[in-house]
Design a protein around this ligand. Structure first.
Ligand code: SAH
Ligand code: SF4
Ligand code: F3S
Length: 444
C-alpha cells in the first residue's frame, strides 16, 4: 500500500475536500499517513485568503523538496492557491507534479496515472462543479461522530477584499436529493452531527424534491427528519442572505444548534460600503435582534478585518461599538491583507502595518473579554453534550456543547457517540468541564 500525506490549510470546505481526496485515492492503493517523510504522495490543500496563508505553502514545498531529493515522491498542490496561481506554482516550485483546483480534484486519479505514464506535470483548474460531486466516491472511510457536508460552493458577492469568488467560482448549490443521500450515509457510519458547508451557505438554492429551488431552512428541515441525526449546524453565512425562514428555523427546528457564525467584518458604514458588503451596521444589529428573538440563547460569532484601506480611527471605533452592542460568544479578527486581483488591493489609502497591529490588539482584547464572559455565563448551566472522543485522563470523554464549546467530562468514556446532559462546573482557556447529571444528582 502506498502512503498519502494530506496537509490542509484554510477553511472547513478544504477540510471536507481533503477527506474526499483521500477517499478518491484509496481505491488506487493510497492509505493515509500523518508523516510527510514516509509518504509516497503529498497533497497540500491550500488557502489563498491572506498573504500569510499562501506563503506557508511555499515554505512547506521547500521542506518537501528536500525529501524528494532523496527518493521518489509525488507532490500535488490543491485548493485555492492552486486555482489562483496555476502554472506559476510549477514555475516557482518545479518539485510540484500536480496542480489541481478545488472544483477539479475528482480528476486526481487520472492526473496521477498521466504523470506516471508520461512524466512531467499535470494541471487542472477548470470549474466543472456539476461534474465533481457526481464523480466523488459515495462511501468513504469510517466517519467520526461529527462531519462536514458541502452543500453550496462558490460566491457571487465580490467583497472587494476577497479572493474566494475567483478561486471557488460562481455560486452553485447541490440538489436536496444528493445532500440527503450523503447525510444518510454519514449517519449510517455513526455520524450524529452534521455541519452544512458553503462559502455562502445561506444563499443555498438547490433543486428540491419537488423540482423547485429550496432554501437552506427547508433543506435543514428535511435533514432534521433523518433518524439518528441529532444535530445540525451550517457555516458560513452572509448577513444579506439571512432569510425569514432561516431565522424562524432557529426557533422551530429542534436539531438546529443555537450557534451562528455571521461575519460582519466592520461596524463602519463607510467601510462596509467600500467592502461591498451590501448592508449597513444598523441592518446587522436589527438582524441580530431578530435572530435573538427567534432563539434567545443563540451564540453569535463573527469575522473582522482591521485596517481595510481608508479605515479611520472613527471607522475602527464604530467596529468596537458594534462588538459591544452585539456581545459575541467568540470571533476571529484579521489584519487586512492585500490580495492580487481584488479591487481593494489597488486602493490608494492602504493602512500602515503598525496601525493595523494596534487596532487588532484593541479588537482582540474586547473580543476576548466577551468570549470569557460568555464562557463564565455557562457555569452552572445544564447542557446536552455530544461526546466525540476519549479525553486525556482515563475514563474521561470530550464532547461539544450546543454552542460548539469543548466539554470534558469524567466517567463518560462509555458515552462516545451519544448525547448526555451535563452540568457545567469548570471554565478553562479552551474548554469547559462538565459533570454527568445523573452522577451529580446521586451525589446529593
Ligand atoms: N464567506 C465568508 C468569508 C470567507 S473568508 C463571509 O462572507 O463572511 C473568511 C474570512 O477571512 C472573512 O470573513 C474575512 O474576515 C477574512 N478575509 C477575507 N479576505 C481577507 C483579506 N484580504 N484580508 C484579511 N482578511 C480577509
Ligand atoms: Fe468573500 Fe465576501 Fe464571498 Fe464571503 S461573501 S466569500 S467575504 S466575497
Ligand atoms: Fe481559503 Fe479557499 Fe477557504 S481561500 S478560506 S481555502 S475558500
Amino acid at each position: 500500500m502506498k502512503k498519502l500525506y494530506v496537509k490542509t490549510y484554510g477553511c472547513q470546505m478544504n477540510v471536507y475536500d481533503s477527506a474526499r481526496m483521500a477517499e478518491l485515492l484509496a481505491p488506487i492503493g493510497y492509505g493515509p499517513t500523518d508523516v510527510a517523510e514516509e509518504a509516497d504522495m503529498v497533497i497540500l490543500n491550500t488557502c489563498h485568503i491572506r498573504e500569510k496563508a499562501a506563503e506557508k505553502v511555499y515554505s512547506e514545498l521547500g521542506r518537501l523538496k528536500k525529501i524528494k531529493d532523496g527518493r521518489p515522491l509525488t507532490i500535488a498542490v490543491a485548493g485555492c492557491v492552486a486555482q489562483a496561481e496555476g502554472a506559476e506554482i510549477v514555475a516557482r516550485a518545479p518539485q510540484v507534479d500536480i496542480v489541481v483546483g478545488p472544483q477539479s480534484y475528482h480528476r486526481l486519479p487520472e492526473m496521477i496515472a498521466k504523470i506516471a505514464r508520461e512524466g512531467g506535470h499535470a494541471l487542472e483548474t477548470e470549474f466543472p462543479a456539476l461534474e465533481k460531486f457526481d464523480a466523488l466516491p459515495k462511501d468513504g472511510s469510517p466517519a467520526g461522530v461529527t462531519a462536514f457536508l458541502t452543500v453550496q460552493e462558490g460566491c457571487d458577492k465580490f467583497c472587494t477584499f476577497c479572493v474566494v469568488p475567483y478561486t471557488r467560482g460562481a455560486e452553485y448549490s447541490r440538489t436536496v436529493l444528493q445532500i440527503e443521500d450523503e447525510a444518510r450515509r454519514l449517519v449510517a457510519r455513526g455520524v450524529r452531527e452534521i455541519t452544512l458547508l458553503g462559502q455562502n451557505v445561506n444563499a443555498y438554492r438547490g433543486e428540491g424534491l419537488d423540482g423547485q429551488p429550496w432554501s437552506l431552512a427547508r433543506l435543514l428541515d428535511r435533514l432534521a427528519r433523518i433518524d439518528g441525526l441529532a444535530r445540525l449546524r451550517y457555516t458560513t453565512s452572509h448577513p444579506r442572505d439571512m432569510a425569514d425562514d432561516l431565522i424562524a428555523a432557529h426557533g422551530d427546528n429542534p436539531a438546529l444548534m443555537p450557534y451562528l457564525h455571521l461575519p460582519v467584518q466592520s461596524g463602519s458604514d463607510a467601510i462596509l460600503d467600500a467592502m461591498n458588503r451590501q448592508h449597513r451596521a444598523e441592518d446587522y444589529l436589527r438582524l441580530v435582534e431578530r435572530i435573538r428573538s427567534a432563539r434567545p440563547d443563540i451564540a453569535l460569532t463573527s469575522d473582522f478585518i482591521v485596517g481595510f484601506p481608508g479605515e479611520s480611527d472613527k471607522d475602527f471605533e464604530a467596529t468596537l461599538q458594534l462588538v459591544r452592542d452585539v456581545r459575541y460568544a467568540s470571533a476571529f479578527s484579521f489584519k487586512y491583507s492585500q490580495r492580487p486581483g481584488t479591487p481593494a488591493a489597488a486602493a490608494r489609502k492602504q493602512i500602515p502595518d503598525d496601525v493595523k497591529d494596534t487596532r487588532l490588539q484593541a479588537l482582540n482584547a474586547l473580543l476576548l473579554a466577551q468570549q470569557d464572559a460568555f464562557k463564565q455565563s455557562c457555569t452552572g448551566r445544564r447542557m446536552d453534550v455530544l461526546f466525540e472522543k476519549p479525553g486525556r485522563k482515563a475514563g474521561q470523554a470530550v464532547g461539544r456543547s450546543p454552542y460548539l464549546q469543548s466539554v470534558h467530562v469524567d466517567g463518560a468514556d462509555h458515552l462516545i457517540g451519544q448525547m448526555a446532559q451535563v452540568t457545567i462546573d469548570g471554565v478553562y482557556p479552551n474548554s469547559l468541564k462538565g459533570t454527568l447529571l445523573r452522577q451529580k444528582e446521586l451525589a446529593h
